[in-house]
Design a protein. Sequence first.
Length: 158
Amino acid sequence: MASAAEASAAQRTVGLSCALLGAVGFAFKSILVKAAYRYGVDAETFLALRMLYALPWLVLMGIAAARRDPLTLTRLDLLGLALLGLFGYYGSSYLDFLGLKYITAASLERVILFIYPTLVVLYSWNSRLTPAAGGPPPAVSCVDSQFLLAHRVSPCRP
């Protein structure tokens, strides 16, 4: 029988592998969408294929979670969850895919998506809505994004 330390190490390895695979998939999405646009695929079709591919996995995870900890949801709860999924996830993904149609570089779109949490922290830090999440990381992220975007900006010529 495996010891607790071996089980913990195995769980850590699986967790790190899932995180790495998720990060690669998230970064690769914009490249894949830009390539699909070259072949005439529109945002609606690509998003529908993405949702259809994810549906079986989401159903399996829902069944596994329901077996582990069953919840009773009312019709109002289910309606709220459906609306949240429609406007939250589908809406943001649709706008993300449409944005990729007009942004010339997939890397620029990734920078915009990755800088968004930093902007939220800076806003909350500035407005004093929540305590500061930390000093240097937001500043480092903003400076880093300026270096990433610098090559995309052409100087004005008189």
